[in-house]
Design a protein around this ligand. Structure first.
Ligand SMILES: Cc1ncc(COP(=O)(O)O)c(C=O)c1O
Length: 365
């Protein structure tokens, strides 16, 4: 495994934050031709976290490297995690958990039944995960208690509970590491220091960890978090709490951060969320097709195309003129996700093997 940037920059963190090598790091940076984009940008780069692994990468691998590193050190046998039905995080946890010998139970909430949901559910089942679907967070809490107790009885050791999106303190270390990794790439002359970095905002660990890593590297770059979940799940206020928790976690381990958190929470953008989680908007469809045409890169409907729509709108409005801009590409689902139709999702899947509550996501529409 390549040494992780955080371990190189702060050798004491090798023992504090053990890492299970799951991702292929550092991820590349790809320059885009600014002439093909509006707004007279000085430069535009993609940070390719879609390539943390093949064929299924994305941002979750960075978090899970540290979460699973700890789980293995603690001799856990199973994992419990949460998400919406089509959660990328739940799929990544099931797949990577299985890779290191840990069983995953995913506790899922309803979402609009778009085609990628069926694909992610299928991948979770293929990875051997137990999928539990409940209508509300109250139902989920009860399911958590049940899964935890039965895991304890079965394995004689409690399952490790991973919060939604993998945004535990250790999960965020994966993105602190990512910020330091980018700083090393800038220092090596691979790209100019970005002024602004656009990224999708779900559970907040990616944006908070990244801004913290940049601060530890003394980089001025400002992360622009673009909210893609409903406000009751994430807001500037919630992100502030997440940032504060991370700052005190790092501070207690000899890695102090500036008190203002880099102004991250003041830059949260909520206007690109659209009708609902996972549902595309006119702006997100335009963003996805522009990036596909110009760079051959696939943005997903739930996260990255909405975040790129924010970048494009700011570019159109002139706010990015002469700025060095980066888009942090966090979606690493297989390419065919974009091509899959509802009918293909249903075909080849034995509905009898799908928990009854989840079959709704496989019905042709
Ligand atoms: C593709 C993708 N991008 C971005 C995010 C958001 O990351 P975070 O939950 O750390 O805010 C997620 C979270 O599930 C994701 O799946």
């Amino acid at each position: 495994m390549n040494p992780r940037a955080i371990h190189t920059a702060f050798p004491s963190t090798r023992d504090l934050f053990p890492c299970e090598s799951l991702a292929s790091l550092p991820t590349p940076v790809t320059p885009l031709d600014v002439a093909q984009f509006p707004g007279s940008l000085a430069s535009l780069h993609l940070k390719r976290d879609d390539q943390t692994a093949s064929p299924f990468g994305g941002n979750k691998l960075r978090k899970l490297e540290f979460i699973l590193g700890e789980a293995l050190q603690e001799k856990r046998r199973a994992l419990i995690t949460f998400g919406f039905a089509g959660s990328n995080h739940c799929v990544a946890t099931a797949r990577l958990g299985r890779e290191v010998g840990l069983h995953t139970t995913s506790l899922l909430l309803p979402q609009a039944p778009t085609p990628y949901v069926a694909q992610n559910l299928t991948m979770g089942l293929e990875a051997g995960a137990t999928l539990v679907h409940r209508q509300s967070t109250v139902g989920l809490a009860a399911a958590l208690g049940k899964a935890w107790v039965s895991g304890l009885i079965r394995d004689k050791v409690p399952p490790k509970v991973i919060p939604a999106g993998g945004s535990s303190l250790l999960g965020m270390i994966g993105y602190v590491n990512a910020g330091l990794e980018l700083a090393a790439q800038v220092a090596a002359g691979m790209l100019p220091c970005p002024d602004l970095i656009y990224v999708a905002l779900g559970s907040g660990g990616t944006a908070a960890g990244l801004q913290a890593g940049l601060a530890l590297a003394n980089m001025e770059a400002e992360v622009v978090p673009v909210r893609v979940v409903a406000q009751r799940y994430m807001s500037a206020q919630k992100l502030r709490k997440t940032q504060a928790a991370l700052a005190s976690f790092l501070g207690a381990r000899g890695l102090p951060l500036p008190a203002d958190g880099g102004g991250l929470c003041d830059r949260v953008r909520g206007e690109f969320f659209g009708p609902g989680y996972g549902e595309s908007t006119e702006g997100s469809r335009a963003a996805a097709s522009l990036v596909h045409d110009q760079a051959g890169v696939h943005l997903d409907a739930a996260y990255t195309s909405k975040a790129f729509a924010a970048l494009l709108e700011d570019a159109h409005g002139g706010a990015l003129a002469d700025r060095h801009v980066m888009f942090w590409h966090t979606y690493g689902g297989p390419e065919q996700a974009s091509k899959m139709t509802e009918i293909e999702a249903a075909a080849g899947v034995d509905l009898a093997g799908i928990p009854r509550a989840l079959r709704v996501y496989f019905e042709p529409r």
